[in-house]
Write a protein that binds this ligand. Structure first.
Ligand SMILES: *Cc1c(COP(=O)(O)O)cnc(C)c1O
Length: 357
């Protein structure tokens, strides 16, 4: 789409900011929202309008595709205050824009032009910059999403869509190491499915097995592949990494896992630090064997919300395999480097950081 075909962004500001009611020292993930949202409408085959407006409810026909057939995809990225307070930066936002469009293609939805995605975020950061936390470990979480909104309950792709961006200040996603349950029954994704799309439906199907895992005392689920229930997939909100014999090992992006921006950043940083990285199939049996041989020294997840999250126990076939996360050196080193680049405390040697204002 040509730049000049994009709608101009209208701006309607709140009458009164809610910033005074935000406790920046207590920010649970996903509960606090900034003053404004961005909303763009697609119909008649193109993006027709775009607006920054007060964060509020939206009215939709009960017949919309999103409510019945789940045309819904999303993204997640963060804006950070530079450690020296000199401005706000985004971390690799063009990767999120590209992935939104890859998800859109898979779910038969229209692409969101990268300029619209970036301009929407830039406008929100301008009007809501006071919502970007300055505290260490906190950031502004940005949630762009695209939904099918045609009022029609026949089964086909919607011909109307809304692209919306909401934002909110947030602290750490998991504040401590997590335990995960490995199922040999439920799966999240399979070859030919859409596990690599950031689609709402990928989550809906996992909520029940995750709830059962929580009832058993685990924090989350580490999924196996859909076909053999043998190969490691991912956590569902995070990609997964193992340190085996000093090597960093992670499942390859085979279409069944989400191609995480954090995953890619972890791999790049690890290689740069001289750590051997293997992207390949990893069976749960290999993990159990490595554990029993004392060769499995670390497990951690990676994702925008959680950044790097140590896993200190996995359960598989009624047996628990605990690990001491206080001894994780690889996870710690990679996290320091990643956060250092994100907060502009270290040289941005991979060109990952975009200053917005
Ligand atoms: C978003 C997401 C991740 C993490 O991706 P990042 O780009 O690193 O935030 C991992 N798995 C799933 C299923 C996801 O939706």
């Amino acid at each position: 789409m040509e730049l000049n075909e994009l709608p101009t962004i209208e701006v309607e500001l709140v009458k009164e900011s809610k910033i005074a009611s935000v406790d920046f020292n207590d920010l649970p993930f996903g509960k606090t929202f900034s003053d404004h949202m961005f909303i763009a409408e697609y119909y008649d085959g193109k993006w027709q309008s775009a607006k920054v407006q007060p964060y509020k409810e939206i009215a939709l026909s009960p017949a919309c595709n999103v409510f019945h057939y789940g045309q819904a995809i999303f993204e997640g990225l963060k804006a950070y205050y530079k450690a020296d307070g000199s401005g706000i930066v985004l971390f690799r936002p063009e990767k999120n824009a590209a992935r939104l469009n890859a998800s859109a293609k898979r779910m038969s939805m229209p692409e969101v032009p990268v300029e619209l995605f970036m301009d929407g975020i830039r406008h929100l950061l301008e009007v809501d910059n006071s919502f970007v936390p300055k505290q260490t470990g906190s950031s502004l979480y940005i949630r762009p999403f695209l939904i099918g909104t045609e009022p029609f309950i026949g089964v086909r792709s919607s011909d109307r869509y809304l692209f919306i961006i909401i934002t909110g200040p947030t602290g750490a996603y998991y504040d401590e190491a997590i335990s995960v349950l490995v199922y040999d029954s439920y799966v999240r994704s399979t070859k030919g499915g859409y596990g690599n799309a950031k689609a709402a439906g990928n989550y809906a199907g996992t909520l029940y097995p995750v709830k059962l895992a929580k009832e058993k005392g685990y924090k989350d689920v580490l999924w196996l592949d859909g076909e053999h229930k043998k190969y490691i997939n991912e956590v569902g909100t995070m990609n997964i990494f193992f340190v085996i014999d000093g090597k960093l090992v992670t499942p390859e992006t085979d279409g069944t896992i989400l191609d995480g921006v954090t995953r890619d950043s972890v791999i790049t940083i690890a290689k740069d630090l001289g750590i051997d990285v293997e992207e390949r199939q990893i069976s749960i049996d290999e993990i159990v064997d490595a554990y029993n041989a004392g060769k499995l020294t670390e497990i951690f997840g990676s994702g925008t919300a959680a950044v790097i999250s140590p896993v200190n126990k996995f359960g598989y076939k009624e047996k628990d395999y605990p690990l001491d996360e206080t001894k994780y050196v690889v996870a710690q080193k990679i996290k320091e480097n990643l956060v250092g680049i994100q907060k502009c405390m270290l040289e941005d040697k991979f060109n990952w950081v975009t200053q917005v204002n």
